[in-house]
Write a protein that binds this ligand. Structure first.
Ligand code: 13P
Ligand code: SF4
Length: 367
């Protein structure tokens, strides 16, 4: 299968771009042309789908992107690669974005539906001036919710620019409605010096006002949806105590999707790209316990054999949906592409894409 993939890649040449997220399986990631976190991959989809200049040479844009990641990432790539300005540069030709397994979703993204966020917005507008609220969606969300943000003056963010985005939002509006990840929202707000009393949890299962009394909502600066990532909830404060006993000079670094008490107890916290950079640039012989997705931790360890790098939870915590992309389903994408009949193409509705693009372009501008 490896040979089949490489032979097809050679035949397709620059027409095909394979993007791979850091949480992908090792046997898949070796075939990716570009590897990154969700912010970097969004940017690559936007830029590499059109002709560009590099070192005085013309680099031709791709015709097809195979996205080795999860559904919201492929949607984001479709919206950015096929933006009106990119379409105009290609004379109207679309770039197909392919997700090798259509079941590769994100359970956190599924925790905020478009209807439930609209219902929340309606309820908020009965107790506060809604023109003072700006919706901010973590990129781990449906295209419909990005469109909702685009339509209401809002923005998307990733874990790598969440603080800059919240700074942007709170310098323009009195309050933020942040979804779906409560932990990224809470950890970022606390880092900005916002007090716990100004951070209000919106419990989406509750009938009225997210289970809050209206005075709490009036006193809020950040309203947090109650979504979470199950992969990052596996890390416990007890793991930090235990690892510090076993490796006394260890540095604990975690992703901001972890609970607040984990981030508070760790030595450092940051996005996927930040974790990679911190560890890669640390001195030879350093020891790290890493609280994030297991395949990514294993890859950092492999790339840094001169350091001690362990999973914070001892047992790795794998993202099962990222793991749905396999060598088999990746290999199965090539023949249909070569036959001119690609399968598993992710195409966002034009109207939704138009509004979602507003939120995504703001996200790419704020870094
Ligand atoms: P990044 O934004 O760091 O790539 O993370 C995406 C994700 O799904 C984390 O769980
Ligand atoms: Fe979603 Fe968590 Fe998997 Fe990231 S690690 S894709 S947030 S389920």
């Amino acid at each position: 299968m490896k040979d089949t993939i490489e032979a097809a890649k050679n035949r397709l040449g620059k027409k095909l771009l394979i993007l791979g997220h850091h949480y992908q399986r090792e046997e898949v990631i070796v075939h990716a042309d570009l590897v990154g976190d969700s912010f970097q991959l969004s940017r690559m989809a936007a830029e590499r789908s059109v002709d560009s200049e590099s070192g005085g040479e013309l680099v031709s844009g791709c015709e097809t992107i195979i996205f080795c990641g999860v559904h919201f990432m492929a949607e984001t790539a479709d919206i950015l690669a096929n933006s009106p300005s990119n379409l105009a540069k290609r004379g109207g030709r679309r770039v197909d974005v392919i997700l090798p397994d259509l079941l590769a979703g994100c359970s956190m993204a599924d925790m905020a539906s478009y209807d439930s966020v609209c219902e929340c917005w309606e309820q908020l507008s009965t107790v506060i001036d809604i023109s003072e609220v700006v919706p901010v969606t973590y990129v781990n969300s449906s295209a419909e919710l990005k469109a909702f943000c685009g339509q209401h003056g809002g923005v998307s963010c990733t874990s790598s620019n969440a603080k800059a985005v919240l700074d942007w939002a709170l310098s323009r509006y009195k309050r933020v409605l942040f979804f779906p990840d409560q932990h990224l929202g809470r950890n970022t707000a606390l880092k900005m010096g916002i007090s716990m009393s100004e951070i209000v949890d919106w419990r989406s299962g509750e009938q009225e006002f997210g289970g809050n009394d209206t005075s709490a909502i009036r006193g809020s600066r950040i309203l947090l949806w109650d979504g979470f990532c199950c992969v990052h909830q596996r890390f416990l404060t007890g793991h930090i105590d235990e690892i510090r006993n076993v490796i006394p000079d260890v540095r604990v670094i975690v992703h901001p999707e972890c609970k607040q008490e984990i981030v508070a107890k760790a030595d450092d916290a940051g996005s996927t790209a930040y974790i990679l950079k911190r560890i890669t640039e640390s001195p030879v012989g350093s020891s790290w316990a890493v609280g994030t997705e297991g395949r990514f931790v294993e890859r950092i360890a492999k790339q840094n054999p001169d350091k001690i790098i362990v999973n914070l939870a001892f047992q790795p915590s794998y993202c099962s949906t990222m793991g749905l992309i396999t060598l088999e389903n990746l290999a199965a994408m090539f023949q249909p592409i070569e036959d001119g009949k690609p399968i598993n193409v992710i195409k966002v509705d034009t109207k939704i894409a138009e509004n979602a693009l507003i939120a995504l372009q703001r996200m790419l501008e704020i870094s």
